[in-house]
Design a protein around this ligand. Structure first.
Ligand code: NAD
Ligand code: MG
Length: 406
């Protein structure tokens, strides 16, 4: 039987439509109505924003992870004359990640909550536009195997990984039989980091920074969790592990480079002395448009880079003493197995506890390292083992936060 080549607009499901990445994705789609059509949108609890998105894009499905929120959505859609079907819960998220009328799935749920729907997209053989780095950090091997076995595609949305992908030889695939980096003449990956809002802050002052200060990123407007991760540099640590899976390599081949302007989004260093980079204004619509249109190019709405305006590009070494989360992530990445899932779970609990003002900013690495020390690492070959490690690490981290464990 001949493969059916879809004609007309490409169907897109957006997991996490109401978030920072989701909104940027819809902005790109709105610029190309002949090329893309929104099939499904999902959110956790944000009924109002999701409803407005439904009015603008008339998707076939919406999902609210929260059942109560889903109940509120149905009558509002009917009253507005929309035929959209409302689903709820993780099952609903998995359903819309696998719909046959959606060829592309934007995985933009934050945290471990994105894992099961992203897996469902892989199992259904979709083009996955991967923003949800936590899914890959937790269960890189399982997710990559699912992508391969089901002939899915995986394109990185994280700006650094998208830049690395663009700087690798043409035809490189993250998913299908990825070549060894050495075989392509790659010496190392240079992963850039802005350094976050506290890059130059004295160690003694870090103790008392507030969630508001931590969320005020100098270059990017993002969700709260990733903003705090950028401030602790755990975001870069998670990205080292993410890069290992996407580019079939090991943590020691990845060098973190602080680049405060966030113009060079990452680089690949080759053994002939060449360093290839991707540059652009810090705006996620560039990697989103790149991954959606790949291997073609399309307009994203991002202004052209004005190098005279930028004027200067600086590079520095990271300071792992002031930002211990980066080293914790390297350790978890080198250990492998359930190590990265434990790191991620402890980090999610610690970040939320900091945002809820239950503990200080500098408690974040303390909680994570204590959780890592006290949780047994297993090989992590099945999703069940990963989810069990995630659960146990969350329990441990919560107990540490509430002071029930010293
Ligand atoms: P955000 O907080 O702005 O949005 C998160 C989205 O996930 C929302 O739509 C929310 O409703 C949904 N969500 C949250 N918890 C959920 C749950 N339990 N079940 C179902 N849905 C849930 O986050 P963001 O900044 O858009 O980031 C999303 C992902 O993209 C993260 O993994 C982040 O690391 C990654 N990322 C973001 C950026 C950025 O610029 N914002 C850049 C690179 C990577
Ligand atoms: Mg990034």
């Amino acid at each position: 039987m001949m493969a059916v080549i879809p004609t007309g607009p490409i169907g897109v499901t957006i997991l996490g439509a109401t978030g920072s990445i989701g909104v940027s994705t819809l902005d790109v789609i709105a610029r190309h109505p002949d090329r893309y059509r929104v099939v499904a949108l999902t959110a956790n609890t944000q009924v109002d924003r999701l409803f407005e998105q439904c009015r603008a894009f008339a998707p076939e499905y919406v999902v609210l992870a929260d059942t109560h929120a889903a109940e509120q959505m149905q009558p509002r859609l009917r009253a507005a004359g929309l035929e959209t079907t409302v689903l709820s819960g993780v099952d609903g998220l998995e359903t819309v990640a696998a719909l046959k009328q959606a060829q592309q799935v934007m995985a933009a749920i934050v945290g471990a909550a994105g894992l099961r729907p992203t897996m469902a997209a892989a199992q259904a053989g979709k083009r996955i536009l991967l923003a949800n780095k936590e899914a890959l950090v937790m269960s890189g091997k399982i997710l990559m195997d699912a992508v391969r076995e089901n002939a899915a595609e995986l394109l990185p949305i994280d700006s650094e990984h998208n830049a690395i992908f663009q700087s690798l030889p043409g035809g490189y695939s993250c998913a299908q039989a990825p070549r060894e980096l050495q075989a392509m003449g790659v010496q190392k990956i240079l992963l850039t980091a802005s350094g976050g809002p506290f890059r130059t802050m004295d160690k003694t002052r870090l103790e008392s920074v507030t969630p508001e200060q931590a969320c005020a990123h100098p270059n990017w407007r993002m969700g709260q969790k990733i903003s705090v991760d950028s401030a602790t540099m755990m975001n870069k640590g998670l990205e080292v592990i993410e890069a290992c899976w996407l580019f079939n390599t090991r943590p020691e081949q990845i060098q973190v480079v602080i680049h405060p302007q966030s113009i060079v989004h990452s680089m690949v260093s080759y053994n002939d002395g060449s360093v290839l980079a991707q540059l652009g204004n810090p705006d996620m619509r560039t990697p989103i448009a790149h991954a959606m249109a790949w291997p073609e190019r399309m307009a994203s709405g991002v202004a052209a880079l004005d190098l005279f305006d930028v004027a200067q590009l600086d590079f520095e070494k990271p300071d792992t003493e002031r930002f211990p989360c980066l080293q914790l992530a390297y350790t978890a990445g080198e250990t492998g197995g359930t190590g990265p899932a434990i790191l991620n779970a402890a980090n999610e609990v610690a970040v939320q506890s900091f945002l809820d003002k239950k503990m200080s900013f500098t408690d974040i690495p303390r909680i994570i390292s204590r959780t890592m020390e006290q949780t047994t690492i297993e090989n992590g070959e099945t999703l069940e083992t990963i989810l069990a490690a995630d659960y146990a690490a969350r329990e441990m981290a919560r107990a540490l936060v509430s002071g029930n464990l010293k």
